[in-house]
Design a protein around this ligand. Structure first.
Ligand code: PLP
Length: 369
């Protein structure tokens, strides 16, 4: 019985080895290690892929979120609405700029930020919302944009799991004031280390982000504002430029594998599959199912050499890091229940379809025992 990994980056890197080597050689030759031409080239290519006028390469997804919040003028005394079920970085970015994350519940059908819950969490201090396109699924943006417009709230998209996900033909990351992406190695588009980018349309925002990421400076030794060192490495940009042309087909493979899981798993046991909305194109960063027997099923799959994961086992408002926050209490029943019933199944573009079948067969067996 062959083990089925949760994901496997080695095939992608073997396939691209010659090009990645050439990218490395090019950077060594030019000695352009931080920012520079290769960063500029990648920023332009990524902005064009997402459909925004600008993109600003930074050092990680967390830094993308934090700089976007700063560029939006969010800071001490402000509140930002954040879904309770997301990777912790979404909330850490808010804390990082001195603002307070206010957690909002998720919807039952797709585990995404629930607008009705957001409406209950708003206060006079609320300045922004961070919709997270979790697992690669686009958040329903139109009603959110309307509501944010009414209340004068900024929208900063956390698209760290959604490189190429689209809603009604528009890419995630092009729908708010800022789109924030991570290129952590295991994301749909991954660097060979930490990296991130911010997508945006406004020239003044672009200029400000270029200052913020580079010591408040675009002209050497002239510092316009108090900035940071949160720049993208030339090497990572060069690697990302090798990978970007493959993203579309990698995402298509994920979608095909997800369809296969959907077909094989619908109606099995008490499983509830995430709903796909018309006009929404998920890129399945993760393939997530819901079951009351989540932990037992995970154990059964593990015994049968299938690796799975839980995203995320503890909602952020239950994390030790956030126990001292004097948060206004908004009930988060769905996020709390989800932490006990979500299970992510193996998913990566090069995954053999037979592995999907084997995982589905095992899940069927588990529920018929
Ligand atoms: C990965 C991720 C981040 C953070 O990205 P890093 O590059 O690891 O800092 C933020 N938000 C979400 C939803 C993520 O999945």
């Amino acid at each position: 019985m062959t083990a089925i990994p949760f994901f496997d980056l080695s095939q992608e890197h073997r396939q691209l080895k010659a090009e990645l080597d050439a990218a490395y050689d090019g950077i060594l030759e030019r000695s352009e290690f931080v920012l520079g031409e290769s960063v500029k080239r990648f920023e332009e290519a990524f902005a064009s892929y997402i459909g925004t006028r600008y993109a600003v390469g930074v050092s990680s997804g967390l830094d993308a979120l934090e700089l976007a919040l700063r560029a939006a003028g969010i800071g001490a005394g402000d509140e930002v609405l954040v879904p309770a079920n997301t990777f912790v970085a979404t909330a850490l970015a808010v804390s990082g700029v001195g603002a307070v994350p206010v957690f909002v519940d998720c919807d039952e059908k797709r585990c995404l930020l629930d607008l009705e819950s957001a409406k209950k969490a708003i206060s006079p201090m609320t300045k922004a919302v961070i919709p997270v396109h979790l697992y690669g699924q686009p958040v329903e943006m139109q009603p959110l944009i309307g509501w944010c417009c009414e209340h004068n709230l900024q929208i900063i998209e956390d698209a760290a799991q959604a490189h190429g996900a689209r809603v009604n033909g528009q890419s995630c990351g092009s729908l708010g004031r800022f789109g924030c992406f991570s290129f952590y190695p295991s994301k749909n588009l991954g660097a060979l280390g930490d990296a991130g980018i911010i997508t945006l349309n406004d020239k003044a925002d672009y200029d400000r982000l270029c200052l913020l990421r580079n010591y408040g400076s675009v002209v050497k030794y002239r510092h316009e504002i108090v900035g940071f060192n949160k720049r993208l490495d030339g090497l990572q940009a060069a690697f990302l430029s090798v990978k970007l042309p493959h993203l579309k087909s990698w995402n298509e493979s994920r979608v095909a594998l997800a369809r296969r899981y959907d077909e094989r798993l619908s109606g099995v046991g008490d499983l509830r599959l995430l709903e796909t909305k018309a006009g929404h194109e998920s890129i399945y960063h993760l393939y997530v199912i819901r079951t009351q027997k989540c932990r037992a099923l995970q154990e059964f799959l593990r015994e049968n050499q299938v690796a799975t994961a839980i995203h995320y086992p503890v909602p952020i408002h239950r994390q030790p890091a956030y126990q001292n926050l004097s948060m206004r209490a908004v009930a988060l029943p769905v996020a709390e229940r989800d932490a006990e019933r979500l299970l992510s199944l193996p998913m990566y573009p090069q995954m053999p379809p037979q592995h999907v079948d084997r995982v589905a067969d095992l899940i069927g067996e588990f529920f018929c025992r």
